[in-house]
Design a protein around this ligand. Structure first.
Ligand SMILES: [Zn+2]
Length: 302
């Protein structure tokens, strides 16, 4: 994992290969003040990130941290931030992390079962419904919600309008299978148009390599095609009376078969089914079906 300087004083922490629990995070330095975008899943990985932040910012004070959404790969490390750091998240993100059972004991869905280390639940101090602007030294950071469910129901992006850097969180998976089971498939498609409208020069995805302006259209087109495949597969499966798991087994992933975490087709179909029926998704049941599709636990490196 490496801290990439995107523009002077603005960095992205990129953890290859971006698969389950290996997220990207961000660092915005303004003078001797620092804003972070997300933390990491485990104590070890968050401490490594914070050591790199310390080196890159000359020991700058971490005043603010923005959580892009509730998932543990972006938030479990919150508890390792300095006590004085003010954490910002969407109001639904805060509630989701408050009741998240996985931090207390990860079910055996992944191999190896992730060991979070000494992290505890630390919730945002400030919640956002629509948008908030924060200032860190001379820099302006707009923290904005896409307007509806997408990756989750409580997504936020961090946009630096002067530097034209967009921290997109998990609204963008670059080069690996998107995950939308706790949000909305159609909302995730709409969020791509919304992100593109910022006109970023640099985009930091939640997982996978960094993007520059020229990469954005082709990468977003590919994600749109995948999400439309999820919708089409769900429509056909519902008409044929298949369960989401059966529909996933019948689905030819085609150009997306080579993306890591291909088993996410199963929880993504759970979401598309639930949206068609006006129902909700049981996250653990959806992931248990992904394990059944794979024929064993999902792979991780944390
Ligand atoms: Zn993530």
């Amino acid at each position: 994992m490496t801290l990439h300087e995107v523009v002077p004083g603005v960095h992205a922490w990129v953890q290859p290969d971006g698969t389950w629990w290996l997220n990207n995070a961000g660092v915005v330095a303004g003078g001797d003040q620092v804003l972070l975008v997300d933390t990491c899943a485990t104590e070890t990985r968050t401490r490594r990130f914070l050591a790199a932040v310390h080196d890159a910012t000359g020991g700058g004070t971490i005043r603010l941290a923005v959580n892009t959404h509730l998932h543990g790969d972006h938030t479990y490390g919150n508890s390792l931030l300095p006590a004085a750091t003010v954490i910002v998240g969407h109001e639904h993100m805060r509630e989701g992390l408050r009741v998240d059972p996985v931090i207390d004991g990860c079910p055996p869905l992944w191999q190896p079962v992730p060991d979070w280390g000494a992290v505890t639940r630390r919730l945002p101090d400030i919640t956002v419904q629509d948008r908030l602007t924060v200032h860190i030294g001379q820099r302006r950071v707009d923290v904005v919600h896409p307007g509806g469910p997408a990756h989750t129901t409580g997504d936020l992006v961090a946009w630096l309008p002067e530097e034209r850097v967009l921290f997109a969180g998990d609204l963008v998976f670059n080069g690996l299978t998107p995950l939308v089971f706790m949000g909305s498939v159609t909302g995730a498609i709409a969020a791509l148009d919304w992100l593109a409208a910022f006109g970023p020069d640099h985009l930091v995805p939640g997982h996978g390599p960094l993007l520059t302006a020229a990469d954005i259209d082709p990468v977003f087109d590919r994600i749109r095609r995948y999400l439309r495949l999820v919708l089409d597969t769900a429509d056909a499966g519902l008409r044929a009376g298949l369960t989401p798991l059966e529909a996933a087994r019948a689905c030819d992933l085609g150009e997306f078969a080579g993306w890591a975490d291909a088993e996410r087709i199963v929880p993504n179909l759970h979401r598309a089914y639930a949206d068609s029926r006006g129902a909700d998704v049981d996250p653990v049941a959806a992931l248990t079906d992904a394990v059944a599709w794979l024929g064993g636990p999902m792979a991780t490196r944390v």
